[in-house]
Write a protein that binds this ligand. Structure first.
Ligand SMILES: Nc1ncnc2c1ncn2[C@@H]1O[C@H](COP(=O)(O)OP(=O)(O)OP(=O)(O)O)[C@@H](O)[C@H]1O
Ligand SMILES: [Mg+2]
Length: 366
């Protein structure tokens, strides 16, 4: 492949071309990968549509995706800290867990906006970044943002500079995302192009990676390829992180779009399959809990209670009260019984007792 000699890693890439690239993206291997990924993604979407109460159940999957996407930025939280935090309301002390929950909220906020507006805008992207970082900051105004290799500190890329320039490029990206006539490439291939482009514009001082990964999901939902934000793509990126960084670089330096697109499309295929398997496992477990607990707990068991057990990996008595499932005393008895029958484990933090659905946690963390 020809080296793109015009690129100087140390000066702002204000010549970043708009999409679509000139590269040939209709090669046999990209076609093949796209067909496979589309099929698996459609299966995932179809399966989610058959679920009776999908939002509740899939909330845990969305939380996992948020955790992985944050871990790419080295905002690492343990499952334990994270699940505890989901029960703490405003009083979350663990900063990493807080950021994961902000990420999930940013994603839900964006979905809401998207469903009323119908298309993805620059303002929507700014809003996502502000929510996930909890900041009022907007598009970069100052110069000096550079991407460096975390290991040796060497500059790997300098994004465009100047608010005007950045806004123009975002506008062009917006057009590309919302005007299906602009290019008849497969939407999954387009998603790969869009992710690169957003990262290369790098419009914010921080949070570009996370915003870009939320954008992936939004784009698929806006294209009707997914109904709920359940794709576990960040896990794939974490597991193939060096390739992620290397291939982004190769697009800039060598115009190697081909390998980047394959990487992303293969990721969609792989994660569609693993996400589906995970959801099915959770459902199996849930059905098993239902059949066992219904017998053993006699009156105390309800379907609403089981729904709750499988939408919160950690739970406490107050949650049952809030949801109107049982009053305090009864709720406490139910949870104790469930512990006895092996479907929850109790542990104490301060004066409060938490109950862990350890079997669910096992499935989620694999
Ligand atoms: N060579 C590159 N060219 C363009 N974008 C890149 C390159 N290397 C990495 N990136 C993108 O920049 C992101 C990091 O930017 P930033 O720190 O603003 O985002 P973040 O959300 O805070 O962090 P992270 O993505 O690490 O979680 C990476 O996740 C990746 O998407
Ligand atoms: Mg960052």
């Amino acid at each position: 492949m020809m080296k793109n000699s015009k690129i100087d890693k140390n000066s702002p890439f204000n010549n970043l071309p708009d999409l679509p690239p000139k590269a040939n993206l209709e090669t046999a291997d990209i076609f093949k990968a796209a067909i496979k990924a589309n099929k698996l993604l459609a299966e995932l979407k179809g399966f989610c549509q058959t679920l009776p109460n999908p939002e509740l159940l899939l909330n845990t999957i969305v939380l996992q995706e948020s955790k992985e996407s944050n871990a790419i930025e080295n905002i690492v939280t343990t499952q334990d800290e994270l699940y505890k935090a989901t029960l703490m309301g405003e009083n979350i002390k663990n900063q990493a867990a807080k950021e994961v929950l902000q990420y999930r909220q940013a994603m839900y906020w964006a979905l809401d906006e998207l469903s009323t507006k119908g298309f993805i805008t620059t303002n929507l992207l700014v809003g996502i970044m502000q929510k996930l970082r909890n900041t009022q900051e907007g598009i970069r105004r100052n110069s000096g943002t550079k991407l460096s290799n975390p290991i040796n500190g060497l500059i790997v890329y300098t994004p465009p500079e100047g608010e005007e320039v950045i806004r123009k490029k975002l506008q062009a990206l917006e057009n590309f995302m919302n005007d299906d006539e602009l290019s008849d490439l497969d939407p999954l291939v387009k998603m790969a192009l869009i992710h690169y482009q957003f990262e290369a514009i790098h419009p914010f001082s921080d949070g570009n990676g996370r915003t870009g990964r939320i954008l992936n999901i939004l784009y698929l939902i806006n294209q009707n390829l997914m109904g709920l934000p359940v794709l576990y793509l960040s896990k794939y990126i974490i597991e193939n992180k060096n390739d992620y960084y290397r291939l982004l670089r190769e697009v800039t330096e060598d115009e190697n779009w081909h390998d980047w697109v394959l990487y992303v499309v293969n990721g969609i295929a792989e994660t569609s399959a693993t996400t589906l398997t995970k959801i099915k496992k959770i459902l199996e477990l849930k059905a098993q809990a239902e059949s066992e607990l219904k017998d053993k707990m006699a009156g105390g068991f309800t379907r609403e209670l089981n729904d709750l057990l499988f939408s919160y990996p950690y739970i406490k008595i107050a949650v049952l009260e809030e949801r109107g499932i049982a009053k305090r005393v009864a709720a406490s008895q139910y949870l104790k019984k469930i512990v006895e029958f092996g479907w929850l484990q109790a542990f104490k933090i301060g004066r409060e007792v938490y109950y862990i659905n350890h079997k669910l946690v096992d499935v989620l963390s694999k």
